[in-house]
Structure formats: C-alpha cells, structure tokens
Design a protein around this ligand. Structure first.
Ligand code: SF4
Length: 925
C-alpha cells in the first residue's frame, strides 16, 4: 500500500495494557507508564481508547472495564474485513507505522481512530451504504463511538435501503441431473495437475503419483454398495490438496457432478477455498448462475436473518444490542453469512463476551422456512441450494455424515456420492460423535422448548409447534389434536430450573426423576473424581430397582410425546399428498420443512427410548453405555445417559460408504507407524471399508522434507511429573531459549492455566508475549492469527491446537508437549481397549497407536514447508522407545536434561552436529 500522510491523533486519552505493563497517553499525546491500579482508576474516570477491551480488562484484572474499543470502530468502518487484533495488526491494516515498543501503542490507537474517521469521509469508502442508518441505531443504543463518529459519516441524500431489502435473493433451480459416467485418462489428470501447480513450478513425483491414485475414486462404480475406495497417506509437503483437486475438478467439470471435500479443521477449509480458485477461478467466463465452489457448514454456523431482525427490533438490549447492529453492518457485506470461521471476525463476538452469538444463529431448529419473511434471502437456504449445483462442496466430516443420512430429503439435494475425506485420521472420532446418542437434561429441555415454545419470562420470537403450524391446525382436526397431545406430553420433560430442583431433592416429572437417579448412582459409585471438581461417569450396569423404574417411566413419557408427533407427521404427509387450495408453493415448502424437522425429533425420541429400554437388560456388545454428571470447576451443568458404538465406523459405512460411488480418505497420518512398520490393517479397519467387505486401494507418498536437517526431537527427562512449579519453569526457559515462536501443548486445562499464570508476566517483560487458550478472552482462530503474525509470541493450548494450526515460516520454531499424551482412562476408552484383544500386549498396542497418532499430529505443526526448521520437545522422564516411530523417518531424537536441551536450542543445534556425550541418542527413527 502506498504510504499515506500520517493523520493527526484524535485528542482522546488512550490506554495500552499488557503482561509487561500499562501506558497511558493524555489527549495532548504525552505518554506515561503507570501501575495497574492507576490504569483502572483512569479507565473508570473517562472512556479511554483501547484495543480489545476484554483483553485489556483481563490484563488489568478488572473485568468490568469498558472504553472506546478500536476493534468495534474497525468492525463498523470495515465490516467483513480481516485484521489481526493486535497493535501491529491494526497498524498494518491501516497503513500506519508499527510501534517499536509498547509505550508507542497508545499513540497508535489515537492515530488509528483518526485514520478510521478519515476513511468514513472518503468518497471511495466502499462500505458506506447502510453506515449512516446503522449509526443512528447505534446512537440510540448509546454506543460510545457514535457521538465521535457522527460528524464523519454524512447523511445520504436518499434514504438507505435497510439490510433486508439489500441482500440478494437466491434463485430456485431445477434439480441437477445425475452425473455422467466419464473415465479420467491418466494423461489428462497429469495435465490438470500441471495447470493447477502452475507453469515453471517444481514437478513433484510424489504429487503426480498421488493424483493418479486419487483419480481412481472417480471411475464408474463396479457394483451397487461397493464404492471405489482409496486410502492415501501423503506426508506433509507432498501437495495432496492440489493432488486430489486435479482429478476432482476434471471429473466434476466433465461429468457435471458434485465432489464433496470434507475436512476436520476450519484451517484446512480456508486453505481449500484458496487453493480451489486455481481450478475454479472466480471469473471463469461461464454463465453459471451459482458458484462452482461452495463452503457448506452446519446451519448453526450461519446468521439467521429472522433472529437478527428480532434482535434489531428490541430483542437485544445494551451491549448485545450494539453487537446486533455491528452484525447487521457485517451481514450486508458478508460473502456467505457464516458467523463461525467465515468472514465475521472471530474477535467480534468475544468483544461482547459472546453474548448474543447463539441467539443470532438457528441452533434450536426453529426455522420456519417459507413462512419466514427472509426465506428468499436466507444465507442457509442459499448455501443449501448452491451446494446442490456446485462442482465442489467444501464441508466438514460431521456435516457430510449428517447429509448422507438425510440426503435428498429437501430441495432436490443429492447425497454426497464422490467424497474426499481430507484429515481422514479424524473420521473415527467424527463418526463417534455423529452416531452417538445422549439423553441429557439440556437436550430434553430443548425438546420441550421446541414443542411448547417460550414459557415464563422468556422473550423473543421463539415459538412452539402450535404457533408454527397454526394454519395446519385450523385446517386439519387430526393435526390440531396431535399438536395439543404433543404439548401435553412435552410438559413432562424437564423445565427451567431442573438442575436446582434435582440438587434440592425435588425433581419434577418422570425425566427429572430419571436424571436425579443418574446423579445418585454416579456419585455413589465415584471413587476419586468428586473432590477434583471435574466430570464424573460410571458404567450403566448393575443398576438398582428404583433406577430401572425411573428409566421405565421416563421411557413411557418419551413414547407419549413421540406418538402424537408421528401422528402429526402423517397428517402433514397427507396435506402434501392432497394439498388444500390455500397451500401455495411457499406454504408447501413450509409444511415440508416442518415434516423434516419433525422427523429428526422423532428419530431423537426413538433413540432415547431405545437407550432407556436397554438399561437393566443384558449388555449389547455393539454399544458402550454410561451415566455422567458433567461438571466444570465443581459446578454441575448437565446430567446424561450416553450410548456410543463400540465401532462407530459400522454406522459410518452403512450411511456414508455404501451409498457412495467413490471415497478417498487421505491424511499425512492415516496409518499408524508401529516400530514394526506401517500398520495398514489398522488403518483399513478404521476406515469402515471392512464393514462392507471392501478392500480399498492403498497408497503412500513420503514427505519430500529432509527431517534429518530440518527438525529434531528432544525428550527432556528431568522435569518431574506433577511438579507444576518445575513444569512452569521449564516452559519459561524453553520459550526464552527459543526467543518465542513456541507452541505449548497441554493435556489438562488446569495445568495450562497454572503454567501461564506463573510465567506470562516475566516473559512479557522480556518482550516475549505469551497467549493462551482458556485464559485469554480471544477465540482460538484469532489466537492462531496473533501467533502467526508475531515471531516472538508463544501460544499455549490443548487438543484443538494439535491439529488446527498451520503456521509455515518463522513464527513456529518449537513445539513443547507437557507429557506423553496418553488417552484419558474413560469408560469408553476402556471398552475399546478391551475390544482390541484379550492379551495385555493388544491393549498396550491400542493405546500406543493413539499416542503415536497424537504425537505425529503435533509434530506435523512444526515443518510446513521446505524452508521451515524447528524442534519438538516432550517433557517426559519415561518416554517409551516404541512411541518414537511416530516421528518421520530420519528425524534425530535426543534424550537429555532440560539444561542440555536449552543449550541445544540456544545454539540452534543442527542434528548433523556431534551430540553431546552425555546425551543418550536414540537411533534415527
Ligand atoms: S429461513 Fe429460517 S434460518 Fe433462514 S432466516 Fe428465516 S428463520 Fe432464519
């Protein structure tokens, strides 16, 4: 960007607070350092400019802090635009000098405000439309910026169209015909790959072979129920994304069919969206009415316009009301209305402590479909229609499974038939959650609300079944009776205050009685956990008479609700088959929508009844059942009965694989590497292929990286397990030795917090900022953005960071694991471990494979490109050698003390250098 003249700072006081100190600028620009106490007093006296008020509040230890937050101003002026929410990120986004030290940050904030005001006055402000109207509403909500901003946002000459009039409508298109059956010639696949990788790019043999393997998925299916299936492992750096996009794009364009690419993490979805532009350029000259590439997520991710309208018209007040207005600004410029991982900045909801986010999406299945005034503009409906006509749908594993189960039910959508599961090593876990059944208090209360609607003091537009289907009820007597009976039966489900009543020994109704029994049994059998304040669980076996009786009564209550819902479903079917005169096309869509959401509720009730019916009977070897009390920091928040498939790939195979024509499962870590070599039998078993008698094609492409020189593994043997002070000191020293750039992975939030609390201030004073999941009031995606943007920053986190971090380059130089990531000894884990075999060695092998997978995923964060280098440290005095095969072949491994490890890191030891004699060097693995 060309450098623009520096704006004069706005004459307002500005505050910056970090772990290393606080700085305040007065309106004349004089900056001084001050204590936390003085900073709190200053902020209480007058509204101060600040960046990310919740983070400043957390640094000051003063949660009630508020002020003139630059991020809120940025969200107003540049809706749907990305900025890293740090001083450096803000400076770069606004073309201002990046502060060289923290004392310069307050003046940056004053200049950033001036720059944003300037933008509002500029004639070429592309996001001007709607700004004036939203600002008037924000003034009524007493947004602190509104008075300061008003002189800079001119009133439009003509009244602005409101958001709901400006959004484009989607078009109804005829269903897409079945794809043609086209063979892909190997030379065409190779040529397409060359086109995608670009002229003059380095030809990678591994990638070319991988693309040919992936192409097998798109061959015509030989037999019904037997899809073409390929399991392809491709080490980091092979370029598997373009490797499968080459045959996928070739096939979808020739066959006029849709390929689904499914991922586990949002980071990979973003990467896919970028890379798919090579195969489907945005302006491709075609006359398509819908985009070729569509990102599809679960409906709970998207903004529901009806909920937003409700929020804007008084449903949200105070801070939540301001959030709703800023969301309205964003919605007008958003590409697809995705609020979670889309173009709504991840930091925006956290500025409002995430209040209101859930209520703006459709999480409770209350969509009224064609009865909604915004139906034709609805982001969710648009994405659904677009995906039916897309060449490429980018989705996640859970959505693909749900869509495969319900596919073809609505809007001419077809089941996914050609599917690439990237990050395929997560399919087992994704299937495990998708096909799980849990009857919990919170689920049961949602069911009650869905049927009855708001009760007591609840406000808003949420409506029960009777209100949603009022016209059906007035037309059809049978339907009216069914709705009344369902309402009556739903009043037996848990209601607000259920947990308190159970705690006080006064449960109300059969379901609350059952949850009281679950709680009693779970606490009675607990041997260790109740003192620790975390969740408790116990196997659902040997249940006593009163428990079985409560389960039986609860089951009757659920059946009493399911029956009228089924009757209502058949009345809706009858109306659709023999439509009355008043049923126009929109009404028809609404009745269809109601029928489908009804069938999902009936499915849930049936599964709950089946779960209860089995309690007290003989154990079913296919399932694992248990009871739980969910707690966090000694506070109970739910009670549940769970059922999981012992092998969740069985329902996966029946639902997803069997109906498909071609499935590719791929990952850098698809196959366990035991010390004896790659264990493809286990990978095949975990793919679901053997459930339907398939023998998948297997391929392996090794990483082109030179791990012997780019990476090293150091196992630190002298940090004692359970010694939090020692653990914190080790982390602090490792971060100092590496001068930041550390990703610290923990298996327990408690230890993460304890370590962060001990070292964050000291590191910050050395110019090494430390951020942490579960500590900083920032969403995980934004934390990774901040980490990526600052090579001196370090980040602590738990499981989500083990896979979701893609940080090529210098920002990530060291990964530290606090201990060997053994699986949690839960009831489910114990059952699967026992199913692995009767011998101790079998059970051990089961656990080892899980740990090796975790280690290789974590190690995989380190080296993302040929230019990367770094170290992987595990703090473990007893790291079994059999786990070392988790690391790529050739990676040098050293077992040593912390002191030596620090020296190695400070010297930037390359593995080709002679090892210190006292280090016990494992053989290259
Ligand atoms: S159609 Fe449904 S999800 Fe879409 S805006 Fe209307 S109520 Fe919300």
């Amino acid at each position: 960007m060309a450098s623009a003249p520096l704006p004069q700072p706005v004459p307002l006081p500005a505050l910056h607070a970090s772990h290393s100190g606080c700085w305040l600028a007065d309106p004349s620009g004089n900056v001084r350092a001050l204590s936390r106490g003085e900073a709190i007093m200053a902020a209480a006296e007058t509204p101060l400019l600040m960046l990310n008020a919740p983070l400043v509040a957390s640094r000051l230890g003063y949660p009630e802090l508020s002020g003139l937050d630059l991020l809120e101003l940025y969200a107003f002026v540049h809706p749907a635009s990305f900025v890293v929410p740090t001083p450096k990120g803000l400076a770069q986004a606004l073309n201002l000098p990046v502060p060289e030290h923290e004392g310069e940050v307050p003046m940056l904030l004053a200049r950033a405000a001036a720059r944003l005001f300037e933008r509002c006055e500029a004639d070429d402000w592309t996001q001007r439309e709607g700004a004036w109207s939203v600002l008037q509403s924000l003034a009524r909500q007493k947004w602190p910026w509104s008075g300061l901003l008003a002189p800079h946002v001119r009133k439009p000459e003509r009244a602005e169209r409101w958001l709901f009039a400006r959004l484009p409508e989607w078009e109804e298109l005829p269903p897409r015909p079945q794809p043609k059956h086209v063979p892909l010639a190997p030379e065409d696949v190779a040529a397409r790959l060359d086109t995608l990788t670009g002229e003059g790019s380095e030809k990678r043999e591994g990638q070319r072979d991988y693309a040919q393997e992936a192409a097998h998925v798109f061959a015509p299916r030989p037999e019904k129920g037997r899809p073409n299936m390929v399991l392809a492992q491709a080490g980091t750096g092979v370029g598997k994304t373009l490797g499968y996009l080459a045959p996928a794009s070739l096939w979808s364009q020739a066959a006029e069919g849709t390929v689904w690419v499914s991922t586990y993490t949002k980071a990979l979805q973003r990467q896919l969206r970028r890379e798919s532009r090579r195969a489907w350029p945005e302006a491709d000259g075609s006359d398509r009415q819908t985009p070729a590439v569509v990102v599809r997520k679960g409906r709970e991710n998207y903004l529901c316009l009806l909920n937003l309208e409700d929020a804007l018209q008084g449903g949200f007040q105070n801070r939540a009301g301001i959030f709703a207005q800023l969301v309205a600004r964003w919605a007008a410029y958003s590409e697809d209305g995705d609020m979670v991982g889309g173009d709504l900045p991840g930091w925006l909801p956290t500025l409002f402590r995430r209040r209101g986010l859930a209520a703006l999406t459709d999480r409770r299945g209350e969509c009224v479909y064609a009865a909604c005034p915004h139906y034709k503009k609805c982001f969710i409906e648009r994405a659904a229609r677009q995906s039916a006509h897309a060449d490429l749908v980018i989705a996640n594993h859970a959505l693909v499974m749900v869509h495969a189960a319900r596919g073809g039910e609505r809007d001419g959508q077809q089941r996914p038939s050609r599917i690439v599961f990237d990050e395929g090593h997560h399919l087992f876990d994704a299937a495990d959650s998708t096909f799980a059944v849990a009857l919990s208090g919170s689920e049961a209360i949602e069911m009650r609300r869905w049927v009855i609607g708001p009760e007591g003091k609840s406000k808003g537009r949420r409506r029960g079944l009777a209100a949603r289907l009022a016209d059906v009820a007035s037309y059809d007597e049978g339907g009216e009776e069914a709705i009344a009976a369902a309402r009556e039966a739903a009043s037996g489900l848990p209601a607000d205050g259920w947990l308190a009543r159970i705690n006080e020994g006064e449960p109300w109704g059969p379901l609350e009685q059952l949850f009281a029994a679950v709680r009693r049994v779970t606490y009675a059998r607990d041997e260790a956990g109740s003192e620790a304040g975390y969740g408790l669980e116990t196997e659902a076996v040997e249940l006593d008479g009163p428990f079985i009786e409560a389960a039986s009564e609860a089951r009757d209550a659920l059946a009493a609700l399911r029956q009228p819902l089924m009757k209502l479903g058949s009345r809706l079917e009858a109306i659709l088959e023999d439509p009355p005169d008043w049923l126009d096309p929109q009404g028809r869509q609404r009745v269809e929508g109601a029928r489908h959401s009804l069938s999902w509720r009936i499915d849930a009730l049936t599964a709950w009844e089946a779960l209860l019916a089995r309690l007290g009977g003989p154990a079913d070897p296919d399932f694992v059942d248990w009871l739980s009390v969910e707690r966090a920091e000694a506070r109970e928040f739910d009670i549940a009965i769970h059922r999981r498939w012992l092998d969740p790939m069985r329902p996966f195979a029946a639902t997803v694989l069997e109906p498909a024509h071609g499935v590719l499962q791929t990952s850098a870590t698809l196959c366990d590497r035991s010390p004896e070599g790659p264990d493809w039998d286990r990978a095949v078993a975990r793919s679901g292929a053997s459930v339907i008698g398939l023998n998948p094609r297997i391929s392996e492409a090794a990483s082109p990286f030179d791990y012997a020189t780019q990476a090293q593994v150091i196992i630190v043997t002298d940090v004692k397990k359970g010694d939090i002070a020692g653990l914190a000191a080790a982390y602090g020293q490792l971060i100092e030795a590496s001068e930041g750039g550390v990703l610290g992975l923990f298996t327990a939030i408690r230890r993460l917090r304890a370590v962060h609390a001990r070292i964050a201030d000291r590191l910050a004073r050395s110019g090494l900022p430390l951020f942490a999941q579960h500590v900083d009031p920032i969403d995980t995606g934004t934390l990774v953005d901040i980490f990526r943007d600052d090579p001196r920053a370090s980040l602590l986190g738990t499981d989500a960071l083990r896979d979701g971090v893609d940080v090529p380059g210098d920002s990530l130089r060291l990964v530290v694991m606090e201990q060997v990531p053994w699986p949690k000894p839960s009831i489910l884990h114990r059952a699967r471990r026992a199913a692995a075999g009767g011998e101790r060695a079998d059970r051990q092998a089961h656990d080892d494979a899980i740990v090796r997978a975790r280690l290789s995923q974590a190690f995989g964060r380190l080296i993302r490109s040929r230019g990367d280098s770094g170290a992987f440290v595990v703090l473990s005095s007893a790291f079994p050698s059999r786990l070392l095969s988790a690391f790529p072949t050739g990676t040098p491994v050293t077992r040593t003390t912390l002191a030596d490890a620090l020296q190695m890191l400070q010297r930037g030891v390359s593995c080709s250098e002679p090892q210190d004699k006292q280090n016990v060097r494992e053989s290259d693995v």
